[in-house]
Ligand binder design. Sequence first.
Ligand code: PLP
Length: 441
Amino acid sequence: MTYSFPNIKTKLPGPIAEEIINTDKQYVSPSYTRDFPCVAERGEGLKLIDVDGNEFLDFCSGIAVCSTGHCHPDVVDAIKAQAEKLIHMSGTDFYYQVQSTLAQKLSELAPGNTKKRAFFTNSGAESVEAAIKLSRYSTQRSRLLAFTGAFHGRTYGALSLTGSKIVQKAGFSPMLPNVTHIPYPYCYRCMFGQKYGLCGFECVTYLEETIFEKTVPPEEVAAVFFEPIQGEGGYIVPPKEYVVRLQELSKKYGFLIVADEIQSGMGRTGKMFASEHFGLEPDIICIAKGIASGMPLGAIIAKAEVMNWPYGSHASTFGGNPVSCAAALKTIELLENGLVDNAAAMGDYLFEKLKKLEPDYPFIGDVRGMGLMIGMEIVKDKKSIRKDPDTRNKILELAFYEGLIILGCGPNSVRFAPALVVEKDHIDCCLDILKKVFRKL
Ligand SMILES: Cc1ncc(COP(=O)(O)O)c(C=O)c1O
């Protein structure tokens, strides 16, 4: 089967889109990062239709949120059915079945055999805030470790852990105290100048022998916040050994591991949680994005022994909203009934195709990822591997005008994060457009 889209019928932006963009420019916060004039109206699966009727192939799925594709009919039905019964009650003060059922489901799905509990939020940042509070409360320690390149959100606690782009922090000080950033195991650009396979994991030794001996007393560390695949930082996959060593250190010094699976979770990497690829059982997992196919919902899932905060110590009016919970339950059902497996299979297919391009184009430095979380790093040349954000940006822009929606991640990487319903034909089409774009560079 081949698809009738992308189908670009007007100049971009089209006349209706142009009008909306003009209003937006006057009234909406200038802090948003709209890199192309895309004014979305409707979506179906991988197809995104703009207000002028142009049809795009969407390989970003609302920044890895629309896990089941745009407006999956089963999710839409679940949302409608719940909205007709109960839209809000506040799970903080009252019980309702969808929230309890979802908590049970998430607790059972989380990696490892330890009993878990869930706390509900509205967003990724709010999940990270909850994890900061819970890790401090439960350990009665104050210090937090995070990674260079990390993105955990934009509220103050989450922003303090973020180490991604300076514009996100500049002018907003002071941050939360007692946060220390350590090098992410980014082997393509090892901060210690080492090569994976020949190195002695200096990144781990640095933590133990420099940070813990010179600047941060390990017995004061509450938690390390760790993205099992670094998302906004550039879709970077750490070596498995690093994760094993990090777990050893957490046991040795008694700090918690908080896995930020806000982007890598809910099946995207070909397993329900990316942590599973590394044999990691986090003490706390932060999720949001893909959990409810686009309805606003986040959660933390923690070991029951860790989630020991008392009655009244933390809550959220909208967190665990019934309609979002119903969408999440249906999303999980779809993930379990084939979409996680599809993410693994289609992820392999996409990865192989992208990897095959690598030798033919001097600006493709690295292709990496797991499942449908794949990054392509764009460089000036393969020898110097100097980052080339301009060429990366050009790729994104040209792709958009050809009808393919892809976003960047990190300073110079292209991210491929299609919905988990993606099929081979979509991938072939994406690759055809990409090759066309590369010829134009
Ligand atoms: C890994 C990770 N953590 C946290 C966040 C913040 O999520 P939100 O924008 O919902 O606050 C994001 C968003 O991109 C993310 O990718």
